[in-house]
Design a protein around this ligand. Structure first.
Ligand code: NAP
Length: 334
């Protein structure tokens, strides 16, 4: 099969097409013929050599999510059969003609997507962000109806998912994003108030709101601001620290805020969690989130599609941060 391989740590140009053996499913796995693969920021970090895949995952083929048709199932798999249309979370290896994953990490392509010509592209945009948002916002962050929720990076793949799932859960949603155009896109997805952090200080803008849950991927100087914005019993959930895991500069972190407001500071990374955890999360998501997706309350937002053969262009676009929503690769080769 053809695959996109990280030939060495570096820029987008290190992503190159190579021929690889078509993988064979182990007893609990399925082999998926990939129709579309989602691009996620962690793929960029992996390409640069900053996010090594966990043991057992494909080491040099990136790709954490795909949608396609099941081609083959392992001997213990009973819930899927060849021909089923699925989207799936992967530990890696999605940028290829075929990909393996655990049967329990697949979900059906939402039935309402069948109305669209690009159903697989839409479905491929879901797993990584839906799994991450569900676990971090609703399980770790325990977001409740009527609470105030702030997500930074509102137009990231994570952000568009978090805005919509939080709105569907009855929260009041605040976002930050890097341009007025991005803020307008967040508003169109249901955000109640979006702040262009390049022209306004989000802490000043939100200081009267009392935020219950913050999903943060930025870190750095956002950390003390986040702690100050949370109201009593608030929850701060980290999924990355793109501006650094340390606070530099004049502002300091006042940990007494955690005691005085009884805050919870938590976070997680999805990729290194074990198979059983991801399978349980998938089952929960099918029960709680799939009905939201199929109700029409949730829009997939695809910023751009590229042939898999042009994965380097997709990474270059992601690194401009100009995109709004998800970047998707289609199984097209020269
Ligand atoms: N922990 C987990 O399990 C997990 C899983 C998936 C993703 N993540 C993390 O979640 C984040 C979003 O992922 P994604 O795939 O949705 O990303 P994405 O679509 O590429 O979006 C990232 C956006 O973040 C904003 N941003 C703010 N500060 C930034 C900075 N210092 N550097 C770069 N971008 C910055 C940019 O938009 P603006 O113009 O608004 O600045 C950028 O477009 C990433 O940090 C990723 O590593 C974590």
């Amino acid at each position: 099969m053809k695959a996109i391989v990280i030939t060495q740590p570096g820029g987008p140009e290190v992503l190159q097409i190579q021929e690889r053996e078509k993988p064979q499913p182990a007893a609990s796995e399925v082999l998926i013929k990939v129709y579309a693969a989602g691009v996620n920021r962690p793929d960029v970090f992996q390409r640069k050599g900053n996010y090594p895949p966990p043991p057992g995952a494909p080491q040099d083929i990136p790709g954490l999510e795909v949608a396609g048709i099941i081609e083959q199932v392992g001997q213990d798999v009973t819930e899927w059969k060849p021909g089923d249309a699925v989207c799936a979370l992967l530990a890696g290896g999605g940028y290829a003609e075929y990909a393996l994953t655990e049967a329990g990490h697949c979900l059906p392509v939402p039935v309402t997507f069948n109305h669209y010509d690009d159903a697989f592209a839409r479905a491929a945009s879901l797993p990584e962000t839906v799994f991450t948002v569900w676990h971090n916002v609703f399980e770790r962050g325990r977001l409740q109806i009527g609470e105030h929720f702030l997500v930074h990076g509102g137009t990231s793949g994570i952000g568009i998912t978090a805005i919509q799932l939080a709105k569907a859960a009855g929260a009041r949603v605040f976002t930050t994003a890097g341009s007025d155009e991005k803020c307008a896109a967040c508003d169109a997805l249901g955000a109640d108030y979006s702040i262009n952090y390049k022209t306004a200080d989000f802490e000043q803008q939100l200081c009267d709101q009392g935020i219950d849950v913050i999903l943060d991927m930025v870190g750095g100087d956002y950390i003390p601001k986040n702690l100050r914005l949370l109201r009593e019993e608030g929850r701060l959930v980290f999924i990355n620290t793109m501006k650094g895991s340390k606070v530099k500069g004049a502002d300091e972190v006042d940990f007494s805020l955690i005691m005085r407001k009884r805050l919870t500071v938590t976070g997680s990374t999805l990729r290194n969690r074990d198979r059983a955890f991801k399978a349980a999360l998938a089952a929960e998501i099918q029960q709680k989130v799939w009905p939201v997706l199929e109700s029409g309350q949730f829009q997939t937002v695809i910023a751009a599609t590229f042939p898999l053969a042009e994965a380097a262009k997709a990474h270059a676009l992601m690194e401009t941060s100009d995109h709004i929503g998800k970047i998707i690769l289609l199984n097209q080769w020269p």
